[in-house]
Design a protein. Structure first.
Length: 106
């Protein structure tokens, strides 16, 4: 299982959660939609996001993305000291970090 740093977690102007894996090979994520679980790769934003973002709480979606990438692509996405938090309030950042630390799927 490969470790993959998360370059950025962003909440955009529409309130969508975007996760940008640190990767030179974005094509790895291109076909994540094949998992048929509501995720897709946004080529323009270089990020994993949800088709229907409004159906997910941000914490639920981040956990869902991490689990899907792990199970489908064999990569463990990890928040690092270098992860950028764009458009994310300090409270939400704390919540998302807590969700990931408690819910890191095994």
């Amino acid at each position: 299982m490969n470790e993959r740093a998360i370059a950025a977690v962003e909440v955009d102007a529409r309130g969508r959660l975007l996760v940008r894996p640190e990767s030179e090979n974005a094509s790895l994520y291109e076909y994540i939609y094949r998992e048929a679980n509501g995720l897709r790769w946004d080529r323009e934003l270089h990020a994993i996001c949800a088709y229907e973002a409004s159906r997910w709480q941000h914490g639920e979606l981040l956990t869902h993305i991490v689990i899907t990438v792990r199970d489908a692509l064999g990569e463990n996405l990890k928040v690092t000291a270098a992860t950028a938090w764009v458009g994310v309030s300090p409270e939400l950042e704390r919540h998302l970090r807590e969700v990931l630390s408690q819910g890191q799927p095994s």
